[in-house]
Design a protein. Structure first.
Ligand SMILES: NC(=O)c1ccc[n+]([C@@H]2O[C@H](COP(=O)([O-])OP(=O)(O)OC[C@H]3O[C@@H](n4cnc5c(N)ncnc54)[C@H](O)[C@@H]3O)[C@@H](O)[C@H]2O)c1
Length: 256
């Protein structure tokens, strides 16, 4: 159950596609849209946890929550998955480009192959998922795309240059797509999360000391969780933000 108390009635029955919905922030978003009565599909490479989530949410939601397996680095596979999602949802007018891979990497160790793989999952796929979704949004007569960037690229972080380059690129992509698609009534905005403490983040990167330092830096003195992203994302997807496009919103507890 997410903590969102606002009901966006226009999201009920709306076709929504979320990438990387199997865990972390994406899973909270899948649940948040399902709670609004939207028709939700999500793409993820991690089969087991995604099937479990879809099963759990389908039992309590107005519509079955659809999971489709896709490796977003494979453009053809992803395009086919977007078309299948749209067909099974009945229509598609919201896309949340959430999937990412914030692997840490040392400057001297980055190979060409590593760099390309990082861009493939963090940046390139966002363009091609959007490209595949747009014809369905045109058919629906309107659309909203929400891209997940990060405050990481504004913090001069030295331990993940490929990731932060991609996250900065997402802002360029957001503004460019907004300019191209605005005349077709398709809005494109971005969210920049701060430090969001998920199970995976705790397992892989975060220490109690690191979390403490970020909380001390934030204006709000508490740990941020995946649920904190749900309200802002629903807002950008819904008619509540009908005149808003080409913008970025920072959800970081006031760390910047
Ligand atoms: N957690 C944070 O602190 C934080 C901070 C800033 C920005 N973000 C951004 O928010 C988004 C979600 O973050 P998160 O922490 O929940 O991420 P995560 O790594 O926990 O989850 C990402 C999801 O994407 C899926 N995925 C990874 N590679 C894939 C591939 N090749 N094909 C299909 N699916 C794939 C994973 O299985 C996972 O379910 C990302 O874009 C991330 O960069 C997160």
């Amino acid at each position: 159950m997410t903590a969102v108390s606002v009901r966006h009635t226009d999201l009920a029955d709306r076709g929504v596609l979320i990438t990387g919905g199997g865990s972390g922030i994406g899973a909270a978003l899948v649940e948040g849209f399902a709670e609004q009565g939207a028709r939700v599909a999500f793409l993820d490479i991690a089969e087991q946890q995604s099937q479990k989530l879809a099963g759990r949410l389908s039992e309590k939601s107005a519509h079955p929550v659809i999971y489709l397996k896709a490796d977003l680095r494979n453009v053809a596979e992803t395009q086919a998955a977007v078309d299948e999602a749209a067909a099974r949802l009945g229509s598609l007018s919201v896309l949340v480009n959430n999937a990412g891979w914030d692997d840490r990497h040392e400057l001297d160790a980055v190979t060409e192959e590593y760099w390309d793989d990082s861009q493939a999952i963090n940046l390139k796929q966002m363009f091609f998922v959007s490209q595949a979704a747009v014809p369905h949004m045109r058919k629906a007569g309107a659309g909203a795309i929400v891209n997940f960037s990060s405050i990481a690229y504004l913090l001069n972080m030295g331990e993940m240059p490929a990731y932060t380059t991609a996250k900065a690129g997402i802002i360029g992509l957001t503004k460019s797509l907004a300019g191209r698609l605005g005349p077709e009534n398709i809005r494109v905005n971005a969210i920049l999360p701060g430090m969001i403490v998920t199970e995976r983040q705790k397992e892989l990167w975060l220490t109690e000391e690191g979390i403490g330092k970020m909380v001390a830096r934030q204006c709000l003195k508490r740990v941020l969780t995946a649920e904190d992203l749900v309200g802002p994302c629903l807002f950008l997807a819904s008619n509540a933000s009908a005149a808003m496009t080409a913008q970025t919103i920072v959800i970081d507890g006031g760390a910047l």
